[in-house]
Design a protein around this ligand. Structure first.
Ligand code: TRP
Ligand code: ZN
Length: 869
């Protein structure tokens, strides 16, 4: 029987390896067309060694040349497209032996950007999760940790710089214009953390002294013309190193730490030991070319990758089901770092709001859709599909809940014990939970459900004020909808921060722990009906089912002392009104006005408070989505907000100017954000009147934040001058790939404008543009993903034209880069949520893609799960 059903991997089928490696030596002669990789592996029996078991190594797209064991040619092996199985091992493999393999790979043909590849003439690697097997045959799994020594050879004129993990031992000139460098990483590591970089690169350097007095060399490597854009990344790296010493007592453990930027990259960045490789988008910044958001993202991605050195590298994952062990924890750490960098308490709230918005806009839909999975998945077909917002962002929320339950100090105790127990090991999420529980002498058994159950819990809120008794009763019940392969669910252990707002202001914040399906709390000595402020600072990643009155929501919006909940109640009011197709009433407008005029509030907070919930978040509140109706209703609401407050917007536009030169700090960035929101609102209120001011800002801006915001305002509001400014922008920045990405993305994500032609027409044109490149992920994302995933009202057209574009793009991308194609494939995940005719059209195009026989495993998994068979 022929089965071409996709292979599934299951968490419960984990077995420790039967062999493992001691020392690994690699000798790599770099050539774009034919790179020769010689490996020398010291093989030892592994944890589940069985007498006589063959040694099965993974390898993909490799040309096999030769195999030796203990120095002698070895003929007892078998090759498949995915494996090299070696039989007849010396003494049945009971004692250590040495395997030497020679194989060849072709970096210049590698468009998947996994393994060894060429970008702008330079060599780079990406090995997480399973890319190392495209470089040589190996036990390519994270629980096999080995010491690596790497010799790189290349033509000196083509590759003057040769980098790998760890410390540089020696360099040498070779005959025929070749040279070599030997690198050694003193820390055992799994293959996914291996990296090499070679080519024409230049760096900025800095030497710092860490807590213990050790001197460390920090370098940021880029193409020479980008050197002037590296300062912010270096400052971010130094700030991250300092923060991890201060907050967690964790020091940099290598003599040298390098960051390298590459313009062809599948994701944000990668934490390879001592040699982090970054998408240029998360390294390069200058005020003229990078926005405030870019600056903040660089700071947080640099921190994220640096923090992985302890949470991921020193303590790594036993298997890929445990991915959230390192990702959830490291995202939590980078969120805390960024919050601390904000400086003020209200700055922390701004960061928290931004993180929760991402979670709700991206993770909630994932948790309710066909790809829903627990933060520790039980099954996958292609691990690359599980680098998800659930594993990362919900994973970070789960880590945050430990801190909420145990306190900051208790959490730190847990971290200390985690490192004490597991440094140098490959472990599981259970090990992390056990360290937290043991360090705090508490029982976290029920907390494990957060790791095993998918879906966003719903909490129903019932309140009753008993005036005669001066008592307030709060009843909370939790429920969670069934998700693919999980129908029955157990109650979660949910930490809920709560405060009763009373006229006497006499109630303190409390932490409620909801553990049962339904629980009631009684509050005594409540002399007047209170207003409930629940799930403060978003203490748990849940949805509240609570029909709080609009009067109470307004009260919270004007005066909750929890800045997150203040923002939250405004969002809820706006959401309800938009979904009911209402306009903001006088009271809500007055509340918005008070917020805008409040001198105590951060501009950044004001900007968030006046930004409406995203369309995709509104979709999640419906049972049958009409995307055009939601777009119209949201736009009408926004226009009302724009014109009712036009005087305030005009005043703010002047007050929020930052005239004395560009500084990327949080306060200045907040002012620019609010000023640019004001500009956009004014354009919404009356595009013709305010267009000249926007053009003026476009022309005279001394920084990208302001220039881009002005351009976006003109484009989004369909102002005539937009065309000319777009052309000017293109000419000005034609040599800067990251800025061109913005130019493409802005046009692809333009929402529908009355009377203008559809964005899809532009998108087809942009795909034919000379600067469009199908094998550069940043460019593809700026045109294709931006349209299909960031422009819902243009994408969801009743005639299905957006979906036709999507299907064609998925099929065109898949043979070039399956990972990038699979991300795009997910744009139709929520098809069942839509009303007709959208739903039927989406279904038809999903079927069309599914019918293709040569889909990658990546895209195949996404599409089959979407179709639900
Ligand atoms: N570990 C990386 C991070 O979160 C993620 C990553 C970078 C990645 N590149 C990748 C994952 C390629 C899969 C494939 O920082
Ligand atoms: Zn990470």
């Amino acid at each position: 029987m022929k089965t071409d059903l996709p292979q599934s991997f299951r968490r419960l089928e984990y077995r420790p390896p039967n062999y493992t490696f001691g020392q690994v030596e690699l000798d790599i002669a770099l050539d774009p067309a034919r790179t020769i990789v010689k490996s020398r592996l010291q093989v030892l029996p592994g944890k589940s060694y069985e007498t006589g078991a063959p040694l099965v190594l993974q390898g993909q797209e490799l040309e096999f040349v030769s195999l030796r064991i203990n120095g002698d040619a070895h003929r007892h092996f078998e090759l498949t497209p995915e494996t090299l199985s070696i039989y007849s091992l010396p003494n049945d493999g009971k004692d250590p032996f040495v395997v030497e393999i020679i194989c060849i790979c072709v970096p210049e043909k590698n468009t998947s950007l996994m393994g060894l590849y060429v970008s702008n003439g330079n060599f780079f690697t990406q090995c997480e999760a399973e890319g190392f097997r495209k470089i040589t045959y190996f036990l390519d799994r994270p629980d096999v940790m080995a010491k690596f020594r790497v010799t790189l050879q290349a033509r000196e004129t083509e590759c003057p710089v040769l980098l790998a993990n760890g410390n540089l031992l020696s360099t040498e000139k070779l005959p025929n214009g070749w040279h070599s460098a030997v690198w050694e990483d003193p820390f055992p590591k799994p293959s996914y953390l291996f990296a090499l970089v070679a080519g024409k690169l230049d760096c900025i350097e800095e030497t710092i002294t860490t807590g213990s007095g050790a001197r460390k060399l920090l370098q940021i490597w880029v193409e020479p013309h980008d050197l002037k854009k590296t300062r912010h990344a270096m400052d971010s790296l130094i700030a991250s190193i300092r923060w991890d010493e201060r907050r967690y007592g964790l020091e940099l453990d290598l003599e040298r730490f390098m960051i390298v930027a590459v313009s062809d990259f599948n994701m944000g960045a990668m934490e390879n030991k001592g040699l982090n490789i970054f998408n240029t988008k998360y390294v390069l910044a200058q005020p003229e070319t990078a926005t405030d958001i870019d600056f903040a993202n660089i700071e947080s991605v640099v921190a994220h990758e640096y923090f992985h050195n302890w949470t991921g590298n020193r303590v790594t994952c036993q298997d890929w089901f445990q991915l959230s062990l390192k990702e959830g924890l490291t995202v939590f750490r980078d969120q805390e770092f960024s919050a601390d960098q904000m400086g003020t308490q209200s700055g922390r709230a701004v960061k928290r709001i931004e993180d929760v918005r991402t979670l709700r806009q991206l993770q909630f839909p994932e948790d309710a859709g066909p790809m829903a999975h627990p933060i520790r998945p039980d099954e996958y077909q292609e691990i690359n599909n599980f680098y998800t917002v659930t594993v990362y962002e919900k994973g970070a929320e789960v880590v945050r809940m430990y801190q909420t339950l145990l306190g900051v100090e208790g959490f730190r105790k847990g971290m200390d014990l985690y490192f004490k127990r597991h440094d140098g090991q490959a472990v599981t999420c259970d090990d992390f939970l056990a360290a937290m529980a043991d360090a705090n002498h508490c029982d976290l058994t029920q907390f494990k459900n957060w790791y095993s159950q998918a879906g966003t819990p719903r909490i129903k809120v019932e309140e009753r004020y008993d005036a005669p008794q001066n008592q307030y009763h709060l009843t909370l019940s939790q429920s969670i909808a069934p998700s693919p392969s999980q129908s029955e669910k157990q109650p979660f252990h949910i930490p809920l921060k709560v405060r009763l707002l009373t006229p006497a202001d006499d109630q303190v914040e409390q932490l409620l722990e909801l553990k049962a399906e339904k629980q009631t709390w009684t509050f005594d000595n409540i002399n007047e009906r209170p207003v409930l402020s629940l799930n403060r600072n978003f203490s748990a990643p849940i949805r509240l089912d609570f029909s709080q009155s609009e009067a109470d929501l307004l009260a919270l919006f004007s005066s909750d002392d929890d800045a997150f909940n203040r923002w939250e109640s405004g969002q809820k009011l706006a959401m309800q009104m938009i979904l009911e197709n209402r306009l903001p009433d006088a009271e809500l407008i007055a509340a918005y006005r008070d917020i805008l005029l409040d001198p105590e509030l951060d501009p950044a907070f004001k900007e968030l408070a006046l930004t409406l919930p995203a369309e995709t978040y509104l979709y999640e509140q419906c049972t049958s989505v009409d995307p055009q109706q939601i777009f119209k209703s949201r736009r009408a609401f926004r226009r009302a907000l724009a014109s009712s407050l036009r005087l305030e917007w005009a005043a703010l536009y002047q007050q929020m100017q930052t005239p004395d030169g560009f500084k990327p700090d949080a306060i200045s960035a907040g002012k620019r954000a609010l000023k640019n929101l004001a500009l956009s609102m004014l354009l919404d209120a009356d595009a013709l009147i305010w267009a000249p001011m926007a053009v003026n800002q476009y022309q005279n801006a001394d920084n990208m934040t302001d220039r881009y915001a002005a351009l976006a305002g003109l484009v989004i509001h369909g102002v005539n001058a937009a065309k000319e400014c777009l052309e000017d922008f293109y000419q000005r920045f034609a040599g800067d790939a990251l800025v061109l990405d913005k130019w493409f993305a802005l046009q692809s994500s333009r929402p529908p404008v009355d009377g203008a032609e559809q964005t899809l027409t532009d998108v087809y044109r942009l795909r034919e543009h000379v600067a469009f490149k199908m094998n550069n992920p940043n460019r593809v994302r700026s045109v294709i993903h931006a349209f299909c995933m960031n422009n819902p009202a243009s994408f969801h057209q009743a005639d299905g034209s957006g979906y036709a574009f999507w299907a064609e793009a998925v099929l065109a991308l898949d043979p070039i880069n399956p990972q990038v194609a699979a991300r795009l494939a997910r744009a139709l995940d929520r098809w069942r949520l839509f009303a007709q005719p959208y739903q039927g059209k989406m279904h038809a195009y999903l079927e069309e893609v599914a019918a293709n026989k040569t889909l990658s495993a990546d895209v195949r998994e996404v599409i089959t799960k979407a179709l639900g068979n």
